[in-house]
Structures are given as C-alpha cells and as structure tokens.
Design a binder for this molecule. Sequence first.
Ligand code: AFD
Ligand code: MN
Ligand code: MN
Length: 399
Amino acid sequence: MAGAAYRILAEQLATRGVDVAAVRAALNKQRIETPSWGYADSGTRFRVFRWPGAARTVREKLDDAAVVHRFTGITPSVAIHIPWDRPEDGDYAALRRYAKARGLTIGAVNPNVFQEEEYRLGSLGNPSRAVRAQALTHILACCDIMREVRSPALSLWFADGTNYAGQDDLRSRKRRMREGLQAVYCRLPAGSRMLVEYKFFEPSFYSTDIPDWGTAYALCLALGPRAHVLVDLGHHAPGTNIEQIVAFLLDEGRLGGFHLNNRKYADDDLMAGSVNPFELFLIYHELVAAGAAARHVAYMIDQSHNIEGKIAPMILSVLNCQEAYAKALLVPRRKLAAAQADGDVLRAHALLADAFRTDVRPLLAQVREEMGVPADPLDAYLRSGHEKRLAAERSRGRK
Ligand code: AFD
Ligand code: MN
Ligand code: MN
C-alpha cells in the first residue's frame, strides 16, 4: 500500500517531469555486492577490536551476507578473499551451493598477495623471480576457484610498491607488474573479467606500483578488452575529483566497478556515503547519465569496521548507495543538457543540487515494500534482536 508520504512525493516528482515508474523500476534492479571480509573482525595497524558475534568462518560470513540481503533485498552476491575464505574442507563447489541455499551467489574473487612473509617487497612487482612466481601461482589458483564458484570477476589489488627512493628500479617494477598481469590475463576463466584496482599509497609509502587510475587504465589497455579499472573510493589523494575519473573510464568503456566506501583522510574504509554523500551522488549521476555504457559496472562494497559493528553498518552503506542512486535518477537530464548548452551555469548546477536535496526516503520505502523488505531496513534489523543472538551464539566455542 503506497504511503501518503510516497504519494505526495510521487506527485511532486511528476510535476518536475520525473518518470516515477521508471525510477522505481531502476531502483528495483539495483544490485550491490558485499565483501566477506566486512563481516569478520578487522582493525587498523594499531589494534583489532573484536566485535561480539563477528563472523569467524567463510560460512558465517555468508550467513551474515544473507541477513543483509534479507533486510535490503539488493545484495545477492558476496565477494570472497583467498586464502581468508578458503573453506576448511577446501570444497569451493560446496561453498557455492552453501551460498545458493541462502539466496546468494559468489561474486568477485580477491587473491591475497600481500600477507605472506615472502611478499615483504611485493608480489608481481617483487625483484625476486621466485616470489613473482609464487604470487602468480596463487592468482592462477584463484582463477581455478573462480571456475568452481562461477565467479564473474577476478579482483586484483596489490600492496606492491617501495618505501624509499632508490629501493628498486621504478621502470623495472612497472614491467614486472605488467608481465605478471599478462600471464594472468591469458588464463582468465571464460566469460570472466579482470578488475585492476589502484591505490595512491599504503602499505607502500614512497611509491605504489599501481597508484592511480591512469596506471590502471594503461595496464588494462595493454592487457585486453576483458581488463577493466576498479575504482575504490578510498584510494585517492584528498580533493581528487572521483566522478570525473568515473566519467572518463565510462566513456572509454573501461570502468569495471567500484569498491564503495568513504574516506576522510586516507583509505579509511568508512561506510559508503558517511563522509561525503554529495560525492557519492555525483558518481551515481555520471553512471545514470552514461546509460548503457554503465551496464556492466560491478558495485561492490569494500569496508571493514572497527568500532561500529559488522552487519548493521553494511546495511547502512547499502542504503546510502541506494539513496545516492535514487537521487541521481531524479536529475532532469533534458533540462540539464539545455542549461549546459546555454552556458547557464547557475541553472545547470541548481538542477543537480535540487535532485540531491530531494528527500527520497518515501520513494525508497515504497520500492522496498514492493520488494517485500522492510521500509527502513536498518531500523528493522536493529530491532530484530539478531545482533544479540549472534553475539550469544558465536561467543560460545569462540574460535
Ligand atoms: C584493502 C586494500 C584494497 C583491497 C581490499 C581488499 O586497500 O582496497 O581492495 O583491502 O583486498 O582495503
Ligand atoms: Mn578496495
Ligand atoms: Mn582499500
């Protein structure tokens, strides 16, 4: 039953020329992938603060991801991280079935080539041929896992870089990384994509082998049509215009997807939209404006919480992305194009700002009712008592 607030908003939007039915249809199709690692204990380099009830195994992470999907209705896939998510029995096909039984699919596979002792000086960029071979072997093993879990994407992030001038030859590192990626690219599972993620610093502090969108883009061009850039919102220097990077990569057909989170100062992995909701809206504005060019973009959350919990903040990130998308769908594109063509700066800006200022909660509540999920998923989850049950259940026989 459409609430009164929704009916009032729908009338207002219609007078603004918004096709409300089309907006609701688009919101019904929105999908966001959640990260397995967001449900487990994590921390900063200073401390891991354990969360009561945090997931301890890959199956518990999938259980928690299924709860987020149950309350939001739009998070049916889960990214996994190897070896963190290697099932005890090593049976990845069984893991896929476990996910399926909970209404989930396995999404991107993230190889971890930054935590073994050997990777101290990097992985594919390492000066040691033997270490490069070890990293390549692990990444190719992840390609085999992709086949078993029917993953659509190999998501690659490298901590590779240097901490001091002179530590390594920068051009040699560039070539090693490209050769390693080429060796992976030709072994990608059929029908899958390679997502190349950049990050401007950390844990390397003098140079990072894939530090920015330009490097990732140049590597993708060198690799081939199934290599696309992954934009992690936390991986940019302060003040970077991320929506402009998104527009460029979309227009080049090389935007593979996002790791959605938010930053205040560095790669803080805070909840998406929690620091800069206007930036998130402007990114979604570029995606909506690009239309079909954005149809293959993968929307994945990449955040790890230390103090605010696991499932609840994941729900809030999803809701923040849903809100940003809903507002971006309200931008009157024809009027905006006319104002831009006329050079009417103020009007063009005001049309965008007006969409951003629209309170879309009644619209989202309506869409969620149609989906059969709570109108306010976060409130419903917090009142469900699930956190308490998890804390009790998982504190017993703590691993
Ligand atoms: C860290 C890295 C990067 C990567 C993620 C999962 O900064 O964002 O995608 O771990 O491996 O956040
Ligand atoms: Mn990331
Ligand atoms: Mn990161």
